[in-house]
Design a protein around this ligand. Structure first.
Ligand code: CA
Length: 231
């Protein structure tokens, strides 16, 4: 599944090289030459992952990572720090700041892609291609198929992403803004009731087999995917 990856790197040549490699791997790349621009882009739409250069003009990569970790909305966006430094001490500092991984320049495109895949797998299970099954409801991102009780279910692209996100983040309440961020990638320009519209469509597609009951409304909070009966 393509990921939206924000690259914050002040050296245009390195930024272009990274972006070209990521695009070749099928990802959607957003670019920023400084931390302030990176922060603005994150505020507009949450990326699936951030590649963050350590040394930047103005606000440093470390400071940006700290700010993102301190904010409820951006806390869980995976971050891979990029740096020219290779000292063990700096790695420790980078990881303490909340970075998920650390890549030392120069790195090969293969190494970077491997690190990205590992972090996405760990931090954003909805970005991986692994099939998920709960109570007879099965979603397979690789083949883009959904089945309920062995019967195929037809879903639109948004319902598919929504179901995949919910199934990979079970037993948790997700607010409408959180779902917009995670599924639409945007909490600013899409209305919250859009979420309700797609939840309704998703439930109606799952109604025939009773799997619509897995998607629970939590009054005043949002939605939860749960194999347990709603309280
Ligand atoms: Ca730099």
């Amino acid at each position: 599944m393509p990921a939206h990856i924000l690259v914050v790197e002040d050296e245009p040549a390195i930024q272009a090289l990274i972006a070209a490699n990521l695009e070749r791997a099928g990802h959607v790349v957003l670019r920023a030459l400084d931390a302030e621009t990176g922060l603005r882009l994150v505020n507009e739409a949450l990326p699936d992952l951030i590649l963050l250069d350590w040394m930047l003009p103005g606000m440093s990569g470390i400071d940006l990572a700290r700010r993102l970790r301190a904010n409820e909305r951006t806390r869980s966006v995976p971050i891979i720090m990029l740096t020219a430094r290779s000292e063990e001490q700096d790695k420790v500092r980078g990881l303490e700041t909340g970075a998920d991984d650390y890549v030392t320049k120069p790195f090969s495109p293969r190494e970077l892609q491997a690190r990205i895949n590992a972090v996405l797998r760990r931090r954003a299970p909805q970005m991986t291609e692994d099939p998920v099954e709960v109570g007879g409801l099965r979603i397979d991102p690789a083949s883009h198929r959904v089945s309920a009780g062995g019967q195929p279910v037809n879903l639109g692209p948004t319902e598919f992403r929504l179901l995949h996100f919910l199934m990979t983040h079970r037993e948790r309440v997700h607010s409408r803004p959180q779902l917009l961020d995670q599924v639409w990638g945007d909490h600013v320009f899409v209305e919250e009731r859009t979420v309700d519209v797609h939840i309704r469509r998703l439930r109606s597609a799952l109604e025939a087999t009773g799997h619509d009951a897995l998607i629970q409304t939590v009054r005043g909070s949002g939605y939860r995917f749960s194999a347990m009966p709603a309280a």
